[in-house]
Write a protein that binds this ligand. Structure first.
Ligand code: GRF
Length: 206
């Protein structure tokens, strides 16, 4: 079961997944491996991290394509070369075309830095502070056509404390992301969680 991870920058969630796959022996246990890491920004720091782990990398500059559809078509071609069981968006900052999303229906997931359905879109930590919520966090969900609206696989919460800045929240949410995302990927590649008729279904009593 090949996993392809898409990033745009730092790649710390990608690295957390790669490390989990190595240390928990996903290959031996589930026949799963991170086959490739791809970025729409060829300079993304995360590509170097992936390469250092011996993983194939692809940098595909979206600015060198005529339009979104052309970029997505080439990205899909690169992804499909690995015949992935799962496509993982980890800080991938590009809106995807409906065709691309449909192609990977039920086998593409994303992590979003808020407790969805609150705060879809950008600047989630600033907006959580502005709204005065006391609980904030991150969500792993299947990707559907509507941005940040897919069926929820996992969530992790953190308290919002008096005086917290957006950076404080981002730091504490990120710690949770690095725990939650590898665990969610593991549950999918192990078959413990599947998408059925648009709903997340847990198997094996999980
Ligand atoms: C994470 O906070 C993720 O939730 C958001 O972008 C950030 C990516 O960080 N979508 P990294 O590239 O994984 O370090």
């Amino acid at each position: 079961k090949n996993i392809v991870i898409l990033i745009s920058g730092r790649g710390s969630n990608m690295e957390a997944i790669v490390r989990a796959a190595e240390s928990e022996d996903w290959a031996g246990r589930f026949g799963a491996r991170v086959a490739a890491v791809m970025s729409n920004r060829p300079q993304a720091a995360g590509l170097g991290i992936a390469a250092a782990h011996g993983i194939a990398t692809v940098g595909l500059d979206h600015r060198s394509f005529a339009d979104r559809a052309a970029f997505d078509a080439e990205l899909a071609r690169q992804i499909d070369a690995h015949e992935p069981a799962l496509v993982v968006l980890a800080g991938f900052m590009r809106v995807l075309t409906p065709e691309f999303v449909a192609r990977y229906e039920g086998r593409m997931i994303n992590i979003h830095p808020s407790l969805l359905p609150s705060f879809t879109g950008l600047h989630t930590h600033e907006r959580a502070i502005e709204a005065g919520v006391k609980l904030h966090g991150a969500t792993v969900h299947f990707v559907t056509a509507e941005l940040d609206h897919g069926p929820i696989i996992a969530q992790a919460g953190i308290p919002v404390l008096p005086g917290d800045t957006p950076d404080d929240l981002a730091d504490r949410v990120l710690v949770q992301e690095h725990r939650m995302y590898p665990a969610a990927v593991r549950r999918i590649v192990s078959g413990a969680v599947v998408l059925e008729n648009g709903r997340v279904v847990a198997r094996d009593g999980e």
